[in-house]
Design a protein around this ligand. Structure first.
Ligand SMILES: Nc1ncnc2c1ncn2[C@@H]1O[C@H](COP(=O)(O)OP(=O)(O)OP(=O)(O)O)[C@@H](O)[C@H]1O
Length: 217
């Protein structure tokens, strides 16, 4: 891994092609704690761009360019070594684990010992206002509660950046704004750069209008 000085997430001359046709061609920088919103029509490559940064681009695509995270070149690292946290439209909570079990699953291995791990989970539950709900089955939670668990599960994995693919789109308008503000606040607190794919201009506005527009396919 080579080191460069810029902090945050930096994409240099990223060009992603599908069947010989260029889909995405851009450079961008997202400072720690800030959000860049990725917008564009259906099929313009928004999810593909996140997949490239996250290290899970499908083999149908070819890509060139460089991804730097806090100065480290992660372009060729396996997904699990990139320290990038991802939230999708579906929260993907494990149905066979309790809320606390879902959170514990995300803890890094180096948090050792049952007591230490349990404490981290308890602190996390308090942070999202669900301290009384650790033993609940995730299926019994409200949409907003599930969204908070999903966010906290990603944060517990100690990411250095967040990739969000329309994570609020299934929530109603009020809840959507609340969860969005919570995600942005946590990103600021932890100084995480965020790439957010959305169709909603209100998300872009709330994020400070750093918009990356992808063009029609
Ligand atoms: N695994 C794949 N193999 C081949 N083509 C794919 C694959 N995944 C996506 N594509 C194509 O790549 C293009 C970009 O898809 P992508 O999902 O990135 O678009 P998007 O901007 O996220 O769209 P939407 O807003 O509808 O989610 C589309 O033409 C899509 O059909």
């Amino acid at each position: 891994m080579t080191e460069r000085s810029a902090s945050g997430l930096v994409l240099e001359n990223v060009r992603i092609s599908l069947k010989g046709r260029i889909l995405v061609d851009l450079s961008l920088g997202v400072a720690p704690g800030r959000v860049a919103t990725v917008m564009g029509p259906s099929g313009s490559g928004k999810s593909t761009l996140l997949a490239y940064v996250g290290g899970f681009l499908e083999p149908a695509f070819t890509a060139e360019g460089t991804v730097l995270l806090n100065g480290t070149d992660i372009t060729r690292l396996a997904a699990h070594r990139r320290h990038v946290g991802i939230l999708f439209q579906d929260d993907l909570l494990f149905p066979h684990l309790s809320v606390a079990g879902n959170l514990a699953f995300a803890l890094p291995e180096r948090v050792r010992g049952r007591a230490a791990r349990r404490q981290r989970v308890e602190d996390a539950l308090i942070e999202i206002g669900l301290e009384a709900h650790g033993e609940r089955d995730p299926a019994t939670l409200s949409g907003g509660q599930r969204a908070r668990v999903a966010l906290m599960r990603v944060l517990l994995s100690e990411p250095h950046a967040l990739l969000l693919d329309e994570p609020f789109s299934k929530l109603d308008a009020t809840l959507r704004a609340q969860i969005r503000d919570l995600v942005f606040a946590k990103a600021r607190e932890r100084e995480l750069p965020v790439l957010l794919v959305t169709h909603d201009p209100a998300d872009a506005e709330a994020a400070g209008n750093h918009v990356v527009s992808l063009s029609s396919p």
